[in-house]
Design a protein around this ligand. Structure first.
Ligand SMILES: Cc1cc2nc3c(=O)[nH]c(=O)nc-3n(C[C@H](O)[C@H](O)[C@H](O)COP(=O)(O)OP(=O)(O)OC[C@H]3O[C@@H](n4cnc5c(N)ncnc54)[C@H](O)[C@@H]3O)c2cc1C
Length: 381
């Protein structure tokens, strides 16, 4: 079976940089990445060199636990949210590959390869026909020669051309229901990506979330044995929202730091309105942090499919964190005034506000709220 590996020379991870250095690199290039809407090569390469794209874990685990990676994602996102989002999205895919590859030698080898070379894994769930409905696919896996083939009209795939692997959702077969989905590991060598739309968005401009017609011819073992519905329920939903929230906390940290610096410099009465608005920002950030920690701890303790209540909490994390982030970012802008509004000012929050606005629509909050309401009504609680 041709695995297609070897298209990229494995690079030795030196561990010569630490997280602070990586954050400094991300910060240095964040403005340029945003202005030019380009992939943050410098910061991603720094993280790769530091072994922080797929941090290894002690005690025999292949990858570091979620709690450890949250800290990396948050710190990097405060400097450049696009870079942090790439790391967070990659880790979500890595987590699924690590957890559901047991018993599949092909996927196990792929995992070792990705960790060893600190390569990126991208994700393709969004499809032109189904939008942000991750639980349904239109495209299907079909038999092809000794293996399988797949064609997907993928309207958004972040950093697809920079990734070694894209994990793609699809229907199990041509005659399968839209909800009968599998996850497929598409290595670069098996993939053809034809650009259908570019990425010129108001925020998160470095994620290169372009649209592609994706076609792949793959070995049969590239299809995960575990149904996608279970992978999503047990792992991906929680990890995705915890990672995204870590990015958003990083953005909140950066806005808070700018407001703090302005208010501290000004001194004056602690009773002034700006101080109480600042306090509200801090309280909202604390709330996001607490809900995220609760979901993360529940995920790390869980064994198998989460309870109904836990699934609702994962959904709630997404809507609470994203809505409150937008409020934190715009409140920061209000307090900073022109100093925050002007591009190029040391207190500018332009990029941070624009990046924050992506949070409620990365899988639309209304879609998530409707899903939670349906679940609750069906369960009669
Ligand atoms: C920075 C960024 C990076 C991304 N990276 C990736 C990636 O790497 N891979 C990937 O697959 N996708 C990616 N996405 C896509 C993302 O996760 C969502 O799936 C996508 O943004 C949803 O697209 P949409 O808003 O056009 O579609 P829709 O899901 O159709 O939503 C449109 C609007 O309709 C509402 N809506 C839709 N259905 C319902 C419903 N049933 N009830 C109530 N309201 C509803 C939504 O809430 C939303 O307001 C990325 C998005 C962003 C912003």
């Amino acid at each position: 079976m041709a695995t297609g590996r070897g298209t990229r020379e494995p690079r030795l991870v030196t561990g010569s940089r630490d997280l602070d250095e990586c954050v400094a690199v991300a910060e240095k290039y964040a403005g340029e990445v945003d202005r030019d809407g380009r992939f943050p090569h410098e910061a991603i390469e720094a993280l790769q060199t530091a072994g922080l794209i797929s941090p290894a874990a002690a005690e025999g685990r292949v990858i570091a636990p979620v709690s450890e990676v949250c800290g990396i994602v948050r710190a990097v996102s405060a400097a450049c949210a696009s870079t942090g989002m790439i790391v967070g999205m990659h880790y979500t895919q890595l987590s699924a590959l690590a957890r559901y590859s047991a018993g599949n030698a092909y996927l196990r080898e792929l995992l070792a390869d990705v960790v060893g070379t600190q390569s990126l894994i991208a994700s393709s769930t969004t499809e032109r026909a189904t939008g942000g409905d991750t639980g349904r696919s239109s495209c299907a896996v079909r038999p092809s020669g000794d293996g399988v083939a797949l064609a997907k009209d993928a309207s958004v795939i972040s950093y697809a051309t920079q990734a070694q692997v894209v994990l793609v959702t699809a229907r199990r077969a041509d005659d399968a229901e839209p909800t009968d989905q599998v996850l497929v590991a598409c290595e670069r060598a098996h993939l053809e990506l034809t650009l259908t739309s570019g990425w010129d968005a108001i925020g998160m401009r470095g994620t290169d979330s372009s649209g592609y017609q994706l076609t792949a011819t793959l070995p049969g073992d590239a299809v995960f044995d575990t149904p996608y519905r279970r992978i999503l329920a047990e792992d991906m939903a929680a990890v995705t929202h915890v990672m995204w929230t870590s990015v958003w906390l990083g953005i909140a940290d950066a806005v808070v730091a700018k407001v703090r610096s302005k208010l501290a410099k000004e001194g004056g009465s602690t009773a002034r309105p700006a101080n109480s608005r600042f306090y509200e920002m801090l309280a909202k950030r604390q709330m996001i942090d607490s809900v995220c920690a609760a979901v993360r701890e529940e995920y790390e303790r869980a064994d198998g499919e989460p309870s109904f209540a836990a699934a609702l909490r994962v959904n709630a994390l997404k809507t609470i964190a994203s809505d409150n982030l937008v409020e934190i970012a715009t409140a920061g802008l209000d307090i900073l005034g022109m100093a925050g509004y002007a591009n190029g000012s040391p207190l500018s929050v332009g990029r941070l506000v624009r990046d924050a606005l992506s949070a409620p629509l990365m899988v639309g909050n209304d879609r998530i709220r409707a899903n939670s309401a349906d679940l609750t009504l069906i369960a009669g609680r």
